[in-house]
Design a binder for this molecule. Structure first.
Ligand SMILES: Cc1cc2nc3c(=O)[nH]c(=O)nc-3n(C[C@H](O)[C@H](O)[C@H](O)COP(=O)(O)O)c2cc1C
Length: 194
């Protein structure tokens, strides 16, 4: 293995999600954000459809997003108590940068919907990995908002578009403890054809 490949592999073997609330500013500058999104969109994509897009939240816009989320949550659930309300208000301000990855998979004569959706998952994963590679930390969350039609409308999703995830990105403040990983012996088998 060359030094370069072993460094890349080490990166993959050491990446962990960091809780969104633990992520600090400052956020990636515009040039770094551009590099992260370029890396994120460099994924296998059957048919070259780019069946995904990004919506970026930071600064005051994250605060405004929180206000709108709290209003939607109250419309559905009635008045929120102090903690619950704060949770919604601060949801997008937990990290200095939030990138919504939006799947725009659509029926296609040759490319199955499933393959387009998998490609959106790959975009999310690339964004996590690229963030880690650039010295940031990140977490992929969906939470209630990814599945709520009013939130979809608030953020301008078209019919058929869905949130693949919200990627929270910031500076790490602590290294999370490793979590148990699947035992390869339980998930890998060799097909021999015998
Ligand atoms: C599609 C998807 C959605 C997720 N949504 C949530 C979520 O809403 N809340 C949560 O606590 N973790 C969620 N997770 C899990 C975390 O992103 C992450 O997998 C977990 O914290 C451990 O990750 P690591 O193995 O990268 O360290 C989600 C993961 C995926 C793949």
């Amino acid at each position: 293995m060359t030094q370069e490949t072993s460094d890349a592999l080490r990166l993959l073997l050491t990446r962990r999600s960091h809780p969104a609330v633990s992520l600090e500013g400052p956020p990636p500058d515009d040039e770094t954000l551009n590099a992260l999104l370029t890396a994120a969109s460099r994924v296998p994509d059957h048919g070259k459809l780019a069946p995904w897009r990004f919506l970026v939240f930071r600064g005051d816009a994250s605060v405004r997003a929180g206000e709108r989320l709290a209003a939607i949550a109250e419309k559905k659930n009635g008045p929120l108590d102090g903690d619950m309300r704060r949770q919604e208000l601060e949801r997008f301000s937990r990290a200095p940068l939030v990138v919504a990855v939006i799947s725009r998979a659509a029926m296609h004569p040759k490319i199955p919907l499933w393959e387009q959706e998998l490609s959106a998952g790959a975009v999310c994963m690339n964004l996590l990995t690229a963030s880690h590679a650039a010295g940031f930390a990140a977490q992929w969350l969906t939470e209630w908002l990814a599945f709520d039609p009013d939130v979809a409308s608030l953020f301008g999703l078209d019919t058929g578009e869905r949130f693949a995830g919200f990627i929270y990105i910031g500076r790490p403040t602590a290294q999370p403890a490793e979590r148990p990983r699947p035992d390869l012996s339980e998930i890998v088998s060799m097909w021999t054809g015998e």
